[in-house]
Design a protein around this ligand. Structure first.
Ligand SMILES: [Zn+2]
Length: 503
């Protein structure tokens, strides 16, 4: 008689997980192992790992005909975390484990040949899907437990080896579930940026940076080489507000799926700076089993593009849809997956190829044609997504020597100001997803609260400066943030006139 055993695991599909049933059927016949159900090459290779792991755990690998089915069969599956559920299904269908010892739980882990467990990608996504399904326990490699325990409401048990798990399930030896973890946090990219106090002069650019961080608003610094554009942008990483618990889960999922942080939690807002030579796939995400790209790894943080015109046109065009929708849709074999991509875009550029166009002391050596072509590299639609354009000029040398501001006061004050403004916005919009930077035109009518004088000033200015409708609404958005930094309920004429400078 043949026995069919069932073990549950999870397939991460894009940003979510789907429950997969690993079925094992053991029948008489020539000894063989077959895996069906749209598994990838990694899953086919599981055969050898599973055989060795079972034998080396001093358990019995059945000398029979074994068929493993991964259901639902129409869903493509990839990853090494199927090793553990496949091994357990074989042990159950050969009578070494009982089905009820496996129910109500999900299992995931890569097996080494000696039967120990190796960490896997996407552990937090797997734990979340198991919890949603109403399972009470999830068994994961010990190394993945800290990260997975960000998910509450399911017992997460760290496993070191197949043998230890086997004895635990037979109730012959107890593995204690992971307690609530507190320490062990890591940031995706340590905040090594300079602080505002490290940057001399540039008071206007610093002010713009604070406004941009508080919105958040997409920002472009333009100016000659050596003016400190990159340093200003990098100072942002230390100015971003702390993550909420929910945001931490979202970011940890993304980093885990990308394979960038499989064991730790993400503890601070990301600051991603992909080089202009990086591929379109690494920038926006993709691959046969789609992984998040830099724009998703910058979710809830900053995407920094240094020397914007150096990026290939196709990469910049690929940013347009995510900048609009705050998500990125990637097509795959059957259908598509969606990853979040709500980032603040921070970019820099020289005014011309040589960099000195408009500089007071250095002559520009470019022809007017070269300058025009250089500036045309940025498409209108991309520039439309940028709320603030900040000219940065070089600081005279005598300024640089005046290094009397060794205190960290400016940076600390800015951090507080930004956090306060975030709270004001949170109370206004009553949603963590909404902010001054992503207000729709309808939101603007509802929340902008322009005083009559401010409205009159904006009307006059928009006629005089010939502002496009888009620029008109952007001015209000930026003015709203300036008013919030001022703790002012209404937007006043001074807020409007400051916002008008940043275009
Ligand atoms: Zn030039």
């Amino acid at each position: 008689m043949s026995v069919v055993a069932k073990v549950m695991t999870v397939a991460p599909i894009g940003f979510e997980g789907r429950i997969i049933e690993v079925e094992s059927d053991t029948t008489k016949g020539l000894p063989s192992l077959q895996i069906v159900g749209m598994g990838s090459k990694a899953i086919d290779e599981a055969k050898e790992r599973v055989k060795s792991a079972i034998a080396n755990s001093l358990l019995e690998y059945p000398a029979r005909r074994i068929t493993i089915n991964l259901a639902p069969a129409e869903l493509p599956k990839d990853g090494t975390h199927y090793d553990l559920p496949i091994a357990l299904a074989i042990l159950a269908s050969s009578g070494q484990l009982r089905q009820e010892e496996l129910d109500k739980a999900a299992f995931a882990g890569e097996l080494a040949l000696d039967g120990t467990l190796r960490p896997i990608r996407g552990a937090i996504v797997i734990a979340e899907a198991a919890k949603k399904r109403g399972l009470t326990h999830i068994y994961l490699p010990s190394a993945n437990v800290d990260q997975a325990s960000l998910i509450e409401g399911i017992e997460i048990i760290g496993v070191d080896s197949l043998k230890a798990l086997f004895l635990h399930l037979k109730q012959e030896m107890r593995i204690t579930p992971a307690g609530k973890q507190t320490g062990q946090k890591s940031s995706p990219e340590e905040s090594t940026g300079p602080e505002l106090d490290d940057i001399y002069g540039q008071e206007q650019a610093k002010r713009a940076l604070i406004i941009a961080a508080a919105g958040p608003h997409n920002i472009l610094f333009t100016g000659p080489p050596g003016a400190g554009k990159t340093m200003l942008a990098r100072a942002l990483s230390g100015l971003l507000s702390p993550l909420t618990a929910e945001e931490q889960v979202t970011l940890t999922k993304l980093y885990s799926l990308a394979g960038e942080s499989t064991e730790e939690r993400v503890a601070s807002r990301p600051f991603r700076s992909p080089h202009h030579t990086s591929s379109r796939v690494s920038l926006v995400g993709g691959g046969t089993n789609p992984k998040p790209g830099d724009i998703s790894l910058a979710h809830l943080g900053v995407l920094f593009l240094d020397e914007l015109p150096e990026y290939p046109r196709s990469s910049l065009e690929a940013l347009r849809q995510p900048l609009e929708d705050k998500t990125v849709s990637i097509s795959r074999a059957n259908g598509h997956v969606v990853f979040p991509a709500d980032f603040m875009l921070v970019a820099t550029m020289n005014p011309c190829p040589c960099g000195y166009y408009g500089d007071a002391t250095h002559e520009c050596s470019c022809s007017s044609m070269q300058i025009l072509n250089y500036q045309k590299r940025l498409s209108g639609p991309l520039l439309d997504r940028i709320d603030m354009i900040i000219p940065v000029s070089r600081v005279p040398h005598r300024y640089l020597l005046k290094s009397d501001s060794v205190s960290k006061k400016q940076h600390k004050n800015a951090q507080k100001l930004i956090n306060d403004t975030k709270k004001i916005q949170h109370n206004r919009y009553r949603s963590s997803m909404k902010n001054n930077g992503n207000m729709t035109n309808r939101d603007i009518k509802k929340y902008a609260a322009l005083s009559d004088e401010a409205h009159a000033l904006l009307e006059t200015a928009s006629k005089k400066l010939d502002l496009s409708a888009r620029r008109y609404f952007k001015t209000i958005k930026v003015a709203r943030t300036i008013a919030d930094l001022d703790h002012s309920e209404h937007i006043t004429p001074s807020h409007i006139s400051e916002a008008l400078q940043y275009r």
